[in-house]
Design a protein around this ligand. Structure first.
Ligand code: ADP
Ligand code: MG
Length: 619
């Protein structure tokens, strides 16, 4: 009744790459198979909580390695949940697992330099077996009533067969026939070393049997498990080495590279939990999507409950990785129960506060690290500032914006402290890029005064821009909005302004008339020194970058007329005021308006006409 099936294309492609990669650390296959065995036991234990038939009496959970150098085989056996024929086909032969496809794509993109990390990241660990074995046989008997033993076998060359299995007790046996030159993986010394290095904290005992080894050649403690079984987070902080945290981050949590910070949390008293939390150095683009699955792994008294438990962290903290182990939760806690559990809420709040504290410390003590963090992940904090009112104040202190003076990541606090005498507000500007921001005509008067400006240039920045109006009792003013009020003597400034308005009344009126469709008002500027004109808005208006973003997303944005400010000292404006040629006047006004649009990163209303006008001017 054996049946032969072809692997799905993606699997075949991936297998090919795994087998033929010149990857030197083939040894990680063992870590992957042991971790699968451990996962299978975790699942059996968890299912047994609600289904008596899974494990009528609690078995002695264990993982057994059997090495035979004569036959070149290594067998990894567990008494976990096992697999039914259907589950087996699903897990080991198809692309039902989205991971395989993503993995194959990542490999194609030339990321194959780091196969071990990819294997972990995409959950295709099982296939690592083919790096060392030319034939892999999986025998399994699913726990629970009415299951029958099944066998899966493949030489990794495009096909696999399914047949009746030989197991009589629930669990899974994976037998590897080692490739030539891989005999080292039957050596007791090598296997012990690998387990200690990669799988020491696996919570179930891993035993080793060396077939053919003479009784008298055995060391006294050879019957002991190879692993110490103490989860890293259960150990005293003082005896965990930094390398061990890093190894955990990479191997167990599939983190990329080195973590930026590792937090080992041990609490006692009213809220008792332990956790290992990692702040990464960077994350993939997909993380920016708020719907992306995230969260920490949850254990309750050593029993694995689930990974990506989103209730354990606010959505904006989705870049952190980690494990939480609580002894306060009931063992039979279900995913649904987590949603409004008071203990989970307390843990989430505590984890959040500790991460915020770690970031504040980093900003203070290791500013260069904090710059790296800000550049890669700062947008998440801004998202938090927008959405998490509970932690808003702390988050505000952690935000950084590039500034005009030296383009450095600047905090609101540092900005305020550096404000010169007489500066009454914090100035900000939204723009699509740092370049556009720096050269915005709206900054001219501020530059002349020697005031610094903070730039909001990322999409998230633009999204939250409307939420900045004050910091530490100092108002926040957007340089392209409303009235800048830069003069010290307000009464004199007002008088001067009124005089100018009067003098240029005829001009502003004629421009207003011509640009009626898009401009609400034309006024004499207080913020321009070099440019002829610029567009500004009401303080509560949608900023232009945000408007463009919403339009790009297909949302209808209400049309909003703008204010055009003109600089009367500019030669162009003076010529315009004097010209009597109607056509020339109309052309110049359209040119000026087009330029003002370009300066803020928008297109002139009629780009073709604008081009023609510029061309005519050049002739
Ligand atoms: P992952 O562990 O990330 O899911 P793997 O490629 O390592 O990916 O394993 C694929 C799947 O095969 C597992 O999700 C599981 O369903 C099944 N599997 C592998 N090994 C075992 C095992 N020892 N016992 C039960 N199921 C297993
Ligand atoms: Mg796995």
């Amino acid at each position: 009744m054996a049946k032969t099936c072809a692997f799905k294309a993606e699997i075949r492609q991936m297998l090919d790459l795994v087998i033929h990669s010149l990857y030197s650390k083939k040894e990680i296959f063992l870590r992957e198979l042991i971790s699968n065995a451990s996962d299978a036991i975790d699942r059996a234990k968890y299912l047994a909580l609600t289904d008596k038939s899974i494990a009528p009496e609690a078995p002695e959970w264990k993982i057994l390695l059997t090495a035979d150098s004569e036959t070149h085989t290594l067998v990894i056996e567990d008494n976990g949940v096992g697999m039914s024929a259907e589950e087996m086909e699903d897990a080991l032969g198809t692309i039902a697992k989205s991971g395989s496809k993503a993995f194959a794509e990542a490999l194609k993109k030339g990321e194959e330099t780091n196969i071990p990390e990819l294997i972990g990241k995409f959950g295709v660990g099982f296939y690592a077996a083919f790096m060392v074995a030319d034939c892999v046989m999986v025998d399994s008997l699913r726990r629970g009533e009415g299951s029958s033993a099944v066998r899966w076998m493949s030489t990794g060359d495009g096909e696999y067969t399914m047949d009746e299995g030989a197991r009589t007790t629930p669990g899974t046996t994976i037998s590897l026939h080692l490739r030539e030159g891989m005999d080292d993986y039957t050596s007791g010394w090598t296997l012990r070393d690998l387990v200690r290095r990669y799988s020491d904290f696996i919570a179930y005992p891993i035993h080793l049997v060396e077939v053919g080894k003479k009784e008298e050649a055995k060391q006294p403690d050879e019957d002991k498990p190879l692993n110490t079984m103490v989860a890293l987070w259960k150990r005293a902080k003082s005896d965990v080495k930094p390398e061990e945290y890093e190894a955990f981050y990479r191997q167990t949590l599939h983190g990329a590279g080195e973590p930026m910070r590792s937090l080992h949390i041990v609490t006692e008293g009213t809220l008792e939990y332990r956790a290992l939390i990692f702040i990464p150095k960077s994350v993939g683009m997909e993380m920016m999507m708020p719907g992306k699955k995230h969260g920490l792994s949850l254990y309750v008294r050593n029993v694995f409950i689930g990974d990506e438990v989103e209730e354990l962290v606010p959505s904006w903290l989705r870049f952190i990785k980690g494990v939480v182990d609580s002894s306060d939760l009931p063992l039979n806690v279900s995913r649904e129960m987590l949603q409004d559990d008071a203990i989970i809420r307390k843990i989430r709040n505590d984890v959040t506060n500790r991460v915020l504290k770690a970031l504040a410390e980093m900003a203070k003590e290791k500013p260069e690290d904090y710059v790296t963090f800000t550049a890669a992940l700062g947008d998440f904090l801004k998202e938090g500032y927008h959405s998490d009112w509970e932690h808003r104040e702390k988050l505000q202190e952690l935000l950084r914006f590039r500034n005009l003076k030296d383009e450095a990541y600047t905090s609101l606090k540092a900005y305020k402290e550096a404000m010169p005498e007489g500066q009454k507000a914090i100035y900000m500007l939204t723009a699509d890029t740092l370049q556009a921001a720096k050269h915005s005509p709206c900054l001219e008067a501020l530059k002349a005064k020697g005031y610094d400006v903070l730039f909001l240039t990322t999409p998230v920045d633009q999204f939250i821009a409307t939420e900045f109006y004050e910091y530490d009792k100092t108002p926040i003013v957007f340089a392209d909005k409303g009235d800048l009020k830069l003069e010290d003597d307000e009464a004199a400034a007002k008088e001067k302004q009124e005089a100018a308005e009067k003098e240029y009344k005829a001009l502003t009126e004629s421009i207003t008339k011509q640009l009626e469709a898009t401009v609400r008002e034309v006024r004499v500027s207080t913020r321009l020194t070099d440019s002829a004109c610029c567009l500004v808005q009401d303080p509560q208006a949608l900023n232009p970058a945000m408007r463009r973003m919403m339009e790009a997303m297909g949302q209808s944005v209400p049309e909003e007329k703008r204010i055009l400010e003109i600089n009367p000292t500019h030669p162009l404006i003076q010529t315009l005021a004097q010209t009597t040629d109607e056509t020339k006047r109309a052309d110049t006004i359209d040119l000026l308006y087009g330029q003002a649009c370009l300066a803020e990163g928008s297109l002139p209303p009629d780009p073709v006409r604008f081009n023609a006008l510029v061309a005519a001017l050049m002739q």
